[in-house]
Design a protein around this ligand. Structure first.
Ligand SMILES: [Zn+2]
Length: 570
C-alpha cells in the first residue's frame, strides 16, 4: 500500500527524483476509485505530487536564471524538462480527465474545473517535447540578452547597470550611453531573429497538433483565458488609442518641458518609454538597505504584509543583486512544499528598483494567501488578477515610503516618486497596446510574421501609431527591433495585456483606498485569499474593481490619475 504521507517534505530529498519514483504515486491516483467520500483525500494526494514537481521546477528555474552561464544548472534544468516535466504533464492530464469524467464537483472547484476542461481540450502527447523545446529556446533568449554588456568608463556594465547612466542630467552623456546600448543589442540582431523563426515554427506546430486554427487560439486555451476573447483585447487596444495615447502624449510634453528640450528623444526616457524618475535616481546604497526600507514601508501599510516580507528576508528568499550572467528582469516564484515565495531581481541602486521590489512583493503576498487553499488547482488566479495583486501593492504602499516611516524619501521626494509612477502608468498603456497588437498580428499571420523583416515593419508601424510623442528619427534599426527587447514576446507569448488590464484594476483599488483605506485594503486582501476559485470579473469585484476593456472605465482611471498628478505638482 502506497503511503502519500511518506512523500519527502524537504526539497533536498526529492530534487533529484527520477520519474520512476513519482510514477507509482500517479499510478495509485489513477487507479483509486473516485467518489464523493474520497475525493477530498484524492485531491490532497494529487496536490502533494503537483507541489513537488512545481517545487523542483521553481528551484531549477531560479538556478538557471541566477547564473545563465552555469552549465551544470542548465543541464539539470534541461534534464528535468526531458525526464519529469513531460511525464508529469501527461500524468496530470490523465487525472484531470478522470476528475472531469467522474462528474464530481468538489467544493471550490467550479472555476478550476472550467479551466481543466479547456486544458484537457488542447492536450496532445505530441506537443510535450515541443513544450520542453520551447522552454529551452526561452533559455537561449535569456542567455543572449543576459550576456549583453558594454564598457563604460573602463568598466564592464550590464545593460541594466547602464540604465543608471541614462538617468544623468547631461543629455550628451545619456545619448552616448543610449547609443552604446543600442549598438550592443543590435549585435545580437541576427541571433534573436533566428531564434524567433524557431519559436514561430514551433508554436505553429503546437497549434496544429492541438487542432487549433492558429497559435492565438491555442495559446488562449493554454493560458485558460476563459473570461475574455481576442475581440475584447482589440477593444482594449482601441480604448488605449482613444484615451491613453493622448494622455501619454501630454506626459511626454511635460517631460520635454522639464528637460528644456523641444523634442523628446529615446535617451531622454527610461527604457525608451518612461519619463526619467523625478525622485532622486538612486534610492539606497546596498540591497540590504533596500530590504530594510521596503520592510518598514510594508509594516506601515499592513502588519501582516510586513511580517510576510520579514519571513522571506530571514529565509533567504530575496535574490536582489544584479550580476553579470544573471538573467535580466525580475520575477516572483514560489516553492509550494516549503510554502515560500522567492523574489528574483536585478537591483542596481535605482529608485525603479524600489518599485520593482514593491511589485514582486505584491505577488509574494498573494502567494502566501493563496497557498492557504487546500488544493493546487484552486491556487491559480490567472495573471490578469495576479498583476492586480502586485500593482495594487505598489500603489497602496506609496504613502509609506517616506523616511518618517523608515522608508526611502523625504515627503517632496515621495511625491515625486509617486508622480513618476503615475506618469509611468499613463505611458505604459500605449506600449502594452503595441506589444499586444504585435502578437495578435504575428500569431494570426504565421507566414508573414515568420519573417523577422516583416516583424520589424509591423512593430515600427504600431510604435508610431501608439507612441507618437517621442522622436526616433535617424534610429530606424533600433526603433524597428524594439520587439527584440521585450522578453515576454519570446518567453511568454501573449502575456502582456494582463499588465494593462491589471493596471486598470489596481488604479481602481487605489482610488477606493483614497476614500476608505481600511475597507479597500480588506477588500483587496479578501480577493487575494480567493486564489483561483473565482472568475476574473468576481476576483476584481471582490477587490472593489471592475474587470474592463471599455474606453469609459479607462477614461475614468486616466482622469483620476491626471488629477492626482496635478495635485502632486502643486
Ligand atoms: Zn508582476
Amino acid at each position: 500500500m502506497l503511503d502519500f504521507y511518506s512523500l519527502p517534505k524537504s526539497p533536498d530529498r526529492f530534487m533529484d527524483w527520477s520519474w520512476h519514483e513519482f510514477e507509482p504515486f500517479y499510478q495509485n491516483l489513477n487507479e483509486r476509485p473516485l467518489n464523493e467520500g474520497n475525493i477530498a483525500a484524492w485531491l490532497a494526494d494529487w496536490t502533494s505530487l503537483i507541489d513537488m514537481v512545481s517545487e523542483i521546477q521553481a528551484r531549477l528555474t531560479v538556478e538557471v536564471t541566477r547564473d545563465t552561464n552555469d552549465k551544470e544548472a542548465e543541464r539539470r534544468y534541461n534534464d528535468f524538462l526531458d525526464r519529469i516535466f513531460q511525464k508529469s504533464h501527461t500524468a496530470n492530464h490523465r487525472l484531470k480527465t478522470r476528475l472531469i469524467s467522474s462528474g464530481l464537483e468538489p467544493q471550490g472547484f467550479i472555476i478550476p474545473l472550467r479551466k481543466m476542461k479547456v486544458e484537457a481540450g488542447i492536450f496532445q502527447e505530441a506537443n510535450l517535447p515541443l513544450l520542453s523545446e520551447e522552454r529551452k529556446l526561452a533559455s537561449r533568449y535569456n542567455k543572449i540578452t543576459g550576456s549583453q554588456t558594454v564598457t563604460w568608463d573602463d568598466k564592464q556594465l550590464t545593460l541594466q547597470q547602464l540604465r543608471l547612466v541614462l538617468h544623468t542630467p547631461e543629455r550628451a552623456t545619456r545619448e552616448r550611453a543610449w547609443r552604446l546600448a543600442a549598438e550592443r543589442t543590435l549585435e545580437d540582431r541576427a541571433d534573436i531573429n533566428n531564434l524567433w523563426v524557431e519559436f514561430m515554427a514551433l508554436r505553429f506546430r503546437l497549434a496544429r497538433n492541438a487542432g487549433c486554427q492558429d497559435y492565438r487560439h491555442y495559446r488562449w486555451s493554454q493560458m485558460t483565458r476563459l473570461d475574455y476573447s481576442p475581440q475584447d483585447c482589440i477593444e482594449f487596444q482601441n480604448a488605449v488609442e482613444e484615451i491613453a495615447v493622448p494622455a501619454a502624449t501630454r506626459v511626454y510634453r511635460n517631460c520635454a518641458e522639464r528637460l528644456g528640450v523641444t523634442t523628446l528623444r529615446p535617451w531622454d526616457l527610461d527604457a525608451d518609454l518612461f519619463p526619467v524618475p523625478l525622485s532622486p535616481p538612486t534610492a539606497y546604497g546596498t540591497t540590504h538597505e533596500l530590504q530594510i526600507k521596503v520592510r518598514n514601508t510594508f509594516s506601515k501599510l499592513d502588519a501582516e504584509f510586513g511580517e510576510y516580507f520579514s519571513i522571506m528576508s530571514h529565509e533567504g528568499c530575496l535574490d536582489l543583486d544584479n550580476n553579470v550572467g544573471k538573467a535580466p528582469g525580475a520575477y516572483c516564484t514560489s516553492f509550494p512544499i516549503t510554502r515560500m515565495p522567492y523574489i528574483f531581481m536585478n537591483a542596481v541602486g535605482l529608485s525603479e528598483d524600489v518599485r520593482t521590489l514593491l511589485h514582486e512583493s505584491g505577488h509574494a503576498f498573494h502567494n502566501f494567501k493563496r497557498f492557504d487553499l487546500p488544493y493546487a488547482q484552486q491556487r491559480i488566479p490567472g495573471l490578469e488578477f495576479a498583476e492586480v495583486a502586485s500593482m495594487s501593492t505598489e500603489l497602496l504602499s506609496s504613502p509609506f515610503i517616506t523616511t518618517a516611516n523608515g522608508g526611502f524619501y523625504s515627503p517632496p521626494d515621495a511625491d515625486k516618486f509617486l508622480k513618476t509612477h503615475l506618469e509611468r502608468i499613463l505611458t505604459f498603456w500605449p506600449y502594452m497596446a503595441v506589444v499586444d497588437a504585435f502578437q495578435h498580428w504575428a500569431y494570426t499571420h504565421h507566414e508573414e510574421a515568420s519573417s523577422p523583416d516583416n516583424c520589424d515593419s509591423k512593430w515600427h508601424q504600431l510604435w508610431k501609431r501608439y507612441i507618437p510623442g517621442v522622436d526616433w528619427s535617424g534610429l530606424k534599426h533600433s526603433a524597428e527591433t524594439g520587439w527584440h527587447r521585450k522578453p515576454h514576446i519570446f518567453r511568454y507569448p501573449f502575456y502582456y495585456i494582463e499588465y494593462g488590464l491589471a493596471q486598470l484594476g489596481a488604479v481602481q483599488v487605489w482610488r477606493n483606498a483614497q476614500e476608505d483605506p481600511e475597507r479597500s485594503l480588506n477588500q483587496f486582501k479578501g480577493a487575494l485569499c480567493l486564489g483561483g476559485t473565482a472568475s476574473l470579473p468576481d476576483l476584481y469585484k471582490t477587490a472593489g474593481a471592475k474587470f474592463a476593456f471599455d474606453s469609459q472605465t479607462l477614461e475614468d482611471a486616466v482622469r483620476f490619475i491626471e488629477n492626482e498628478i496635478k495635485k502632486l505638482a502643486q
